[in-house]
Design a protein around this ligand. Structure first.
Ligand code: PNS
Length: 166
């Protein structure tokens, strides 16, 4: 089974890594798809997000990191994927995820979406809250790998002084 795990990963958190660990144990091959979304201004460029993911997933031999833009189903088709993996944290995720899964399955009936429930200790976690805590100089070591935490603090400091990616 070849699986695609798509997301913004701006940046990768322990919640994402939990889903990567568990879905890579189920699939023969897992391709993590990093969305290049020109409509949003991410904290990190797609290259930086890929680099962080490569570093954080190096222990998993069947995991590859790739970027994509456009429709997820097109990317999943190009990858030859059988399934799309998404994590469900709470009921609040459900409506959006269901809508996305149903739409994707109408566009490509041969690719199913497989939901994994996020492990309880990460059920509250999102990249957005991590960035907010970091913006107020809070401790984010419980939420992201050490190198990612350093990169977030560095980028936020650069942004405050007017440097870094826009
Ligand atoms: O990490 P995120 O931001 O929750 O991931 C959302 C993502 C990347 C899975 C979603 O925005 C996506 O698939 N975007 C690609 C465009 C697309 O296919 N949209 C139609 C889905 S209904």
């Amino acid at each position: 089974m070849r699986a695609v795990y798509p997301g913004s990963f701006d940046p990768v958190t322990f919640g994402h890594l939990d889903i990567i660990r568990r879905s890579s144990a189920l699939a023969d091959e897992l391709i993590v798809g990093v969305l290049i979304n020109r409509a949003k201004t991410p904290l990190f460029s797609s290259e930086e997000r890929v680099k962080m993911l490569v570093d954080a997933t190096k222990e998993f031999s069947n995991v590859k990191i790739e970027v994509f833009s456009g429709l997820l189903v097109d990317f999943a088709r190009q990858c030859g994927a059988d399934v799309i993996v998404r994590g469900l944290r709470a009921i609040t995720d459900f409506e959006y995820e269901l809508q996305m899964a149903q739409t994707n399955r109408i566009m490509e009936p041969s690719i199913d979406t497989m939901f994994l429930t996020t492990s309880l200790q990460y059920a509250y976690l999102s990249s957005t809250t991590v960035k907010e805590v970091a913006a107020y100089e809070g401790d984010i070591s419980h939420f992201v790998p050490e190198k990612v935490a350093e990169a977030i603090h560095r980028r936020i400091a650069e942004r405050k002084t007017g440097r870094g990616v826009q």
